[in-house]
Write a protein that binds this ligand. Structure first.
Ligand code: ZN
Length: 66
C-alpha cells in the first residue's frame, strides 16, 4: 500500500484518517496508529462500501481500527 501508515492516525470513533491530534469529523482525540484497510470515500451515496461501513461523509477512512 502506498500509504504513509506510520504518520497516519485513525479516529477510533468514526474510523476517519486524521492528520492532526483530533478528528475533524467528531472532534475525538481517541486516535489509533494500529489500523488496517485504507478506504477512500468520494461519493458515499453511491458507494456500497460506504453504506456497509456506515460512512456518510467523503474522506479517507480505515476499515479496521484496533
Ligand atoms: Zn472521528
Amino acid at each position: 500500500m502506498a500509504v504513509r501508515k506510520k504518520q497516519a492516525k485513525v479516529c477510533r470513533i468514526c474510523h476517519r484518517v486524521v492528520e492532526g491530534d483530533a478528528c475533524v469529523m467528531c472532534g475525538s482525540s481517541n486516535l489509533s496508529e494500529d489500523w488496517a484497510g485504507y478506504l477512500v470515500i468520494i461519493d458515499p451515496r453511491h458507494s456500497d462500501i460506504a453504506k456497509k461501513v456506515g460512512i456518510d461523509t467523503p474522506g479517507r477512512y480505515a476499515l479496521k481500527v484496533r
